[in-house]
Design a protein around this ligand. Sequence first.
Ligand code: CP
Ligand code: NVA
Length: 329
Amino acid sequence: MNLRHRHFLKELDYAPAEWRRLLDLAAELKKARADRAEAKRLEGLTIALIFEKPSTRTRSSFEVAAYQQGANVSYFDETGAHMGHKESIADTARVLSRFYDGIQYRGSRQDIVETLAAHSSVPVWNGLTDEWHPTQSLCDMFTMRESSGLEDRDISFAYVGDARFNQGRSLLIAGAMMGMDIRIVAPEPLQPDGKLVATARRIGAGTGARVTVTDEVDAVRGVDFVHTDIWVSMGEPKEVWAERIELLTPYRITTELLERTENPDVKFMHCLPSYHDLGTTVAQQILAETGREVFEVTEEVFESPASVVFDQAENRLHTIKAVLVATLA
Ligand code: CP
Ligand code: NVA
C-alpha cells in the first residue's frame, strides 16, 4: 500500500485499510522512538505549517515529528502570509509547492484546505477545520487501540457533547471506518446532520460498525471509552455560551455518567484543550458573565485514573508522524 503524495484532508478520503495502515505505522514509529531506534526518513525535506487558529498539540506534533524525522518546518500564523488577503488560496498553494514538500493548514473553512490541495503539487494535511479534525481522530483510534488492547471491531465508545462540530463528526466517521460500536449522545439541536449519520451507517454496512445517535445519556451503557470536547469551539461567538451551557449541562462528563457505563474499566478521552477548572481566563470570564460553569468534564473525572487524556495528547505526535512518513517518505 502506497500513500505517498496523498493529501490528508478528511477521513472519508481514505479507505479503512489505508487508515489501518496509518495506525499500524504510528505504532511502529512510537516503538522505534521508545527503543531509541528511530530511522530518519524525512531528511532534507521542509514543510509549511499554516495556522489561522491557535494550537498547542497539533503544532507541536507537526514540528517535533518533522524534527525527529530530520525535516525542517516554517510556521505561518494568521498574519504570516498573504494567503486569502492579498493572494488567492490557489496562488498560495502553487507558490508554496515550489518551496515546500508538504503543507499543513488549520483554519475554519474546509473549502480552503480543499482548494489548497487542489492547487498544490505536494501533500496538504488538514490540522483542523470546523468540519473535520482527521489528525485528531487518527490519534483517538490509535489511543483506543493502545489503551484497550482490543481489536478495532470490538471497541465501543460514546461521544457525548456537541456532535455537529469537527471532533464529533470526525470520531463518527473514523469509528465507522474502523468498524467500532459508536454512540453519539447529544441533545437534538447538537446532533450531527442526517446525511453524515447516513454516510457513517453506509460505511458501517461494509466494516461492521454500529451507529447510535440519541439524546439519552443511558446510551453510554457498556462502552469502553467516553469522549467529549469543549462546548464552544474556536471561532464561535461568545454569545453562544449561555445556550450551550443550558443544552449541555445534562451531558457533562461526571463520575455518575461514567458509572452509567456499568464498565469499571471505562476510560475518559478528550482531544484537549479542556475546561475542567478555573485555570483559564475563558472559564473565569464565562463564570463572571453568566454565573455558570462551562466545564464539559468535572475535575474529578479529568484527574481520575480513568482519564487517558495526556496519553492521547502524546499520541498526536506519533500519529501525525505516521501521516508525514506515509505521505512524504
Ligand atoms: N487537540 C488539538 O487539536 O489541540 P490543539 O488545538 O492544541 O492543536
Ligand atoms: N472543537 C474544538 C476542537 C479543538 C481541538 C475546536 O474546534 O475548537
